[in-house]
Design a protein around this ligand. Structure first.
Ligand code: PEP
Ligand code: CO
Length: 448
């Protein structure tokens, strides 16, 4: 029996477990004070929305819809700006439109935003020219500049992170409720800089076809089809900084259990998925649907134990396994994990993250990802699931609506030299708008 199932869960019980990837706050009183303040602030999402997402993921598990999860590797406080938020939303909307068209399925949209502010790091300390400082762990913890003042973890950043997440989600909700996502007006989502894209004509043809279908349906029905004028948008982030997650763990009237109301969909990262660890302990007790990243080093027993601990009642919609193997490894590792999960009868949604297993460095030291390897991992994922009698139910991508050059390849065939032009990520390389749309078009073709 695992240590997780033999004792009572509380929002604080993770503190009794080894907690990987946590900052050391030098001022314990300030931490306490910040957490108390955070716990009194309004939540970012509601339990109704969280429950609605759980139901939609349950539908994706039985093949009725497909999940598109995407956004920055890490948000930054500076990027909490209307044009950046709107552009990211535009990309996700355009991608989902392409995917609805190709897959003939509803798309469940989950942004990596409104709280994706904490990052796991390979080392606690970074040393430059003989000076050692704490590693940058995301804006929720410290700041990237290599100075003592920037790098010392400051718990007040959690309050700032909550505020910026609230501003982000408020703007997204306002856009969506105001009609920005209305299928009758896909021109609202056009991004200026792609008018001359090699993909523009294909995309426009598809939008025109969809527009014709919408008008045809509405003529038949004799009225506007309500579902088309608004879409749901959900938020997600890595549940990494457990103090922050704990402060957002709330009970609500008339619904049993505890909810993390900082996000609809928290996920456990690959580096913090140990069975006896604090992150698994924290996540097992909340009612949210959640993801766990599954890497090539995970054994079948490990994945089965995660399913048993995080979803002891085998509840529909509760658990999503996000595999991130790398295009060279997926063929060796995914089949055995699918078989083990299916053999044990665990109900999960399988999602492919083709980004994190395909990261490499250029000769000049930039982190990049070749578009072709990302695409290859997605294609293999569809085929492997099919061959194993399973189904790939979603994709998880790092992308931005900005004209960055961080991943190589794609329709414009970006080279290592092109990366120097507009490399902006402080962490992992993201697909730019055009590469993201191309990815959606290819996925629609492969899966449609
Ligand atoms: C991430 O999603 O940014 C991340 C760090 O992923 P992983 O835990 O899969 O490495
Ligand atoms: Co990342």
């Amino acid at each position: 029996m695992s240590p997780h199932t033999t004792h009572a869960w509380t929002p604080e019980s993770w503190q009794q477990r080894p907690a990987a990837q946590q900052p050391t706050y030098p001022d314990a009183a300030l931490l306490q004070q910040s957490l108390e303040q955070l716990a009194t602030l309004p939540p970012l999402v509601t339990s109704w929305e969280v429950n609605s997402l759980r139901q939609q993921i349950a539908r994706a598990q039985v093949g009725e819809c497909f999940v598109l999860q995407g956004g920055d590797c890490a948000e930054s406080f500076d990027d909490c700006r209307p044009e950046i938020i709107a552009n990211r939303l535009k990309v996700l909307l355009q991608m989902s439109l392409v995917m609805v068209h190709g897959l003939r399925q509803r798309i469940v949209r989950i942004g990596r935003f409104a709280g994706q502010y904490a990052k796991p790091r390979s080392a606690d300390i970074e040393t430059r020219d003989g000076v050692s400082l704490p590693s940058y762990r995301g804006d929720l913890v410290n700041a990237p500049a290599f100075t003592e003042a920037a790098r010392v973890p400051d718990p007040r950043r959690m309050i700032e992170g909550h505020a910026r997440s609230a501003m982000t989600i408020n703007f997204v909700r306002g856009l969506i409720d105001g009609g920005f996502a209305d299928l009758h007006h896909p021109e609202y989502w056009d991004l200026e800089w792609v008018q001359h894209s090699p993909l523009a004509a294909d995309y426009q043809r598809m939008v025109d076809t969809l527009g014709d279908s919408v008008r045809f349906m509405e003529t038949l029905a004799g009225q506007p089809v309500g579902e088309l004028s608004r879409v749901d948008f959900f938020t997600s982030h890595e549940a990494l900084l457990l103090w922050y997650e704990q402060a957002h763990t709330r009970q609500v009237p008339r619904a049993p259990g505890w909810y993390n109301l900082a996000t609809h969909f928290p996920w456990i990262g690959m580096r913090t998925a140990e069975i006896g660890g604090a992150h698994v302990e924290y996540c097992r007790g909340i009612r949210n649907p959640m993801g766990v990243k599954v890497g090539p080093k995970m054994t079948a027993d490990w994945v089965s134990d995660l399913c048993r601990i995080l979803n002891p009642d085998n509840e529909a919609g509760r658990l999503t396994l996000i595999h991130r193997m790398g295009s060279d490894n997926i063929g060796d590792h995914l089949p055995r994990l699918i078989e083990a999960v299916h053999r044990a009868g665990h109900r999960v949604l399988w999602v492919c993250d083709p980004m994190h297993g395909n990261t490499e460095s250029t000769p000049s030291g930039l982190k990049t990802r070749p578009f072709e390897r990302i695409m290859s991992e997605v294609e293999q994922a569809f085929a492997i699931h099919k061959a194993c009698g399973s189904r790939l139910g979603g994709v998880h991508l790092e992308l931005t609506g900005e004209d960055v050059t961080e991943c190589t390849g794609g329709a414009r065939n970006l080279s290592h030299a092109d990366l120097e032009r507009a490399y902006r990520s402080t962490v992992d390389p993201r697909l730019n708008y055009e590469q993201a749309l191309e990815m959606a078009m290819k996925i629609a073709r492969v899966a449609g």
